[in-house]
Design a protein around this ligand. Sequence first.
Ligand code: SF4
Length: 702
Amino acid sequence: MSLPSAAIPSVCCYCGVGCGVLVKPGKNGDVSVTGNPDYPVNRGALCSKGLNLQYTVNDRTDRLLYPQMRYSKSRPLQQISWDDALARTAAVFKTFIQQYGPESVAFYASGQCLTEEYYVINKLMKGFIGSNNLDTNSRLCMSSAVVGYKMALGEDSVPVCYDDIELADCLLVTGANPAWCHPILWRRVEAHKATNLATKIIVVDPRVTDTCTLADVHLQLIPGTDVVLNQALGRALIENGDIDLAFIEQHAEGFEEYQRLVFERTVAEAAQLCGVSEADIRLVARYIGAAQGFLSMWTMGLNQSVVGVDKNLSLLNLHLITGQIGKPGAGPLSLTGQPNAMGGREVGGLSNLLPAHRNLANPAHRAEVQQFWGSGPLADKPGFTATEMFEALEDGRLKAIWIICTNPLTSLPNVRQAEAALAKAKFVVVQDISNKPETLAYADVVLPAAAWAEKEGTMTNSERRISYLPKVVDAPGQALSDAEIICRFARAMGFAGFDYANTEAIYQEHTRLTTGTTLDITGLNYRILRERGSVQWPYRAEQATPDTPRLFTDQRFYTASGRAKIHPVAAVFRSEVPDETYPFILTTGRIRDQWHTMTKTGKVSKLKQHTPQAFLELNPQDAASLEVGEGDLVTVESRRGSVRVAARLTTNIRPGVVFLPMHWGKILGSDLHRANNVTSGAVDPVSKEPDFKFCAVQLEKY
Ligand code: SF4
C-alpha cells in the first residue's frame, strides 16, 4: 500500500465522541494531527487528548518491535520470528482444545480495536475454535447500556444523534462528567446553552464536577441511589400529568405495573434515600415535563454498577412514559467510553453476542452465521465475560488467554485477583503496541501490534457514525495490524476463510453479514466512507436517504410486539455495604487529560501537568475527623487490598464518599496508586459489568 503525503481525514482514537482529525505524515514516520474542520462531530475542535495525539504516535521509545517468546515460565522472553511465534501459539492452542475442549482458551480484546479486527477475532473464536470465549474491555464500560437498550427497545441501538443536542431544550446528564470525559460533545452543549438560555441542564452526580458549572440543577445523590431517583422522577411526572398517554397506549407496554411500583414510595421518601431535596426532584420533573425535546446522556455512573441494567432501564423509562424518543431533540444518548465499543458490538464482539445484533440463544441465528462463515457449529452457551475469564484462569477451567490491546492488570476490578489468575495461567499471549502493560510480565508470547495511523479500518462512535481510518505511516519494527496477526494465526491453526486480500475485504464480508438486520450496512464500502467522511447506520443498499441520524421515528421498536417495554425495576441494593470497619463509600473515575491506563496519554508531558499523580478526593469534614490535611498521604483499604495516595480536600464530594482516579497502575514496581487494588469484583447479574463506582473502604492517615 502506498502511503499518503497530504493531510488526510481520520478519527481520534480515544473516546467514543469520535472527533474527526487530519493526519499529515512528516519526516521519519512522524505525523502531525489537527482537527478536521469538515467533520460533522467536532468541526475542527479537539480536546487536550486529541490535540496531543501526534506525540503518542511519534514517541516510539516504548513500542514493541518484534515477536518474543519464552520457552518455559522460568526463562526470559527472547526474540523470534512471526512464523515461529504463531506456529508455537497455534500448537499450544490446539493441544488445549484437543485435551480440554474449546472452552479452555479465550481472547480478551478491546473497545479500541477496529471493527475489522473485532470481526476476524469473533469469526475465529466463535466460528472456528468453537466457543464464545471472546470478551472485551467493553464489558467494563457499556454492557449495562447494551442490555438496557435490548430490554427496553428490542435491540442495542442508540436512537439519537449528536445534532439532537442543539434541538433539545432539556438535557439530563447522569452518572457522567462529559466536560472532562467527552469534552468536545460537551462544548456543543455549552454553545447550545449559551445561545438558548432557557435550555435546562440537569446533572446527577455524587461529586461536583466541571460538568456542573453549566447545570440549572445538580442532584448530588448518594452513590447507588440512581434507580430510586429515577423512579421518583417518574412518579412526579405522572402526578404532574406530564406523561404522554397516547404514546404509552400505542407504542409502549408495562406502564400500569410501572405506575404501581413508583407510587410505592413518595418523592419525599426517595429524596431522603438519595440525599437530595424533594424540591429539587420536583423541579427536575417539571423541567423534563415541560420539555419539547428531552435528551439524556450517561456513562459509567449508571453502567459500572451491580445494578447497572436497572439503572439504565429506570432512565429509559423516563423517555418512554413521556414519549421523548424517536423525534428531534429527544431520546437516550449513552456516551461510549471507548472509540469503537459500538463497532465491536456490531460484529458481535462480546461473549454473549452474535454478529449484527443476532441472538446467541436463537438456533436459526447461529445456523445463519455458521452457514455464512462456512464454519463449524456455533456454541449456544455464552462464553466467559471479562471478569469470569480471570476467575476461570485462576481455578484452572481456562488454560490459555490471548490479551489484545488492553491492560487488565490496571483496569480490572479487584485486580490482585487478576494478577493471581495470570500467574496460574498455563499460557498467556499479549498482543499490544506498548512495552508498558503489566501483563507482559506474565506473557509466554508477545506480539507487536501496529498503532493508530499505522493501519486502516473503521470505527463507530456513540451516535452510530461509522468512519474510515487510513494507514498514514508504517508501523515500527515488525509490528503488524491486529487483523493481520489474527488472520495469520487462524491460518496457522489450519482454518480456511482467513485469506483476505486486504482489510477492505474483511469489511465487505462484515457488511454482507448485516443483510436484513437492524444495522444493515450493505450499502457501505470504503469508497463511500472515504468520499463522505462518515455514515450513520443503518445504510442499506437500497436505502433512499444517505444517512440514518435517528431511529424509531415511526415509533415502532425492535421488540416482537413493536412496542417499547417499560420495565418496572425495583430499587435493590447489591453493592458492598459500608460498615464500622469500612465506613466510607469509594467511587472511581477519570481525570481530564488521561486516557484509560495511560499507556498512550501518560507519555505526553503536557498531559501529565494537569494531574501529575493519583490522589484521594475527600470532604474536609471527613478529613478533619481523620486528622488528614491537604496533601497528606492516606491509606485507602478495602477487603481486597489498599492504595496510598495524597489527600485532596474538597467540598465537591459528599461527606462519607471518597474518589480515586482509575488510570494509575504499577509505577516502578509499586502498585500503591492503583485504584483497582481496592475496587469490588461484584458484577451486575445480567450485564456482568463490575461495580467500579461503589465499594466500602476505610481510611487511615499514613
Ligand atoms: Fe478525541 Fe474524545 Fe477528545 Fe474528541 S473528545 S478529541 S474523540 S478524546
